[in-house]
Design a protein around this ligand. Sequence first.
Ligand code: ZN
Length: 156
Amino acid sequence: MNISKNSVVSFHYKLTDNEGTVLDSSEGRDALTYLQGSQMIVPGLEAQMEGKSTGAKFIAVVTPEDGYGVVEPQLIQRVPKDRFGDQQIETGMQFQAGEHSVVTVREVTQEDVVVDGNHPLAGVTLNFDVEVTGVREATPDELAHGHVHGEGGHHH
Ligand code: ZN
């Protein structure tokens, strides 16, 4: 069957930026399984999954707008160093800020720390090398919950 809204899709992927640096990959892991239309994967990839079937191999190029967003300058902030207490702060460190967001330390000066609340992949064009390994219809329970159950999904 072809992928359409409410398909349960399993796929392997390798994600690279435009320089060819591997940012993420499912290699050596189970295929990623998601519910088409649930926005569990970035919108640009979900859109390009539409209509594909098991065995499909393709490259999906996703712009930042359809990926992890563009860089928003107002999310880059300078905060006083003493806000971090005794903790040793270094460029590149990441902190959890709330449930879903991560801030990255961009710069450390004598007085303060520049933190960036943009997604680490904001502003990056994403090149997904995709292989679809399974497509099935979602069960009524899965549709009611809005996520996949069983292999690669929720167990509850
Ligand atoms: Zn559930």
